[in-house]
Design a protein. Sequence first.
Length: 197
Amino acid sequence: MQAIDEVWGDFDHSEASRGPSWIPRATHELLATKPDQLAAFIRHHLAEEPAISLSIINGPAGPLYNVSMGGAHRTHLFRILGLPWMIAKLYARIPPRRFDVASVFDTAKGMTEAARVGRGWQTLLKRGLLHGRIRYEGAFAVLDLDHAPAPWLLGDSALASAYNTAYERVYPGTLTKLGIPTTALTGLDAWEQWLYS
């Protein structure tokens, strides 16, 4: 399993009650568990409430997973121990067929930002990273989407850059094969320079 966040140990506040000693304690318990009690141990830690919720977003070479609720400690424990599976509720992030610019940026940023998002979509269409049509409702771009091999590119620049970085770490070279130069994957400024040039 791969996650968007490469930093381990920075857990969601909702799991703060588990505390920093939970993973070492659970690891010790797992190693001390007798083979005939292992299934019960794993069931207890994977199926306990709240359930582990993972959001999943598909990409051209495979998905990225992100703990969205109730599973940061357990997910990290299973990743650290190299356990190959876990029980979780998956929530697929599937882009809608219709996007308007107001759905992907903070509208308080104003019309300049709305126009900028529309320009970015035009660039992505022109470069073959989105498939669909852009039309305008007044000053607002609306994208009728057919296909997006990397759907996070529809978001604002900060989101797209974060997901690009994670995707490149998990599936090296895939975004470059789609047509995004390596230099555009080095951070937010580089992404914006490539997208808006």
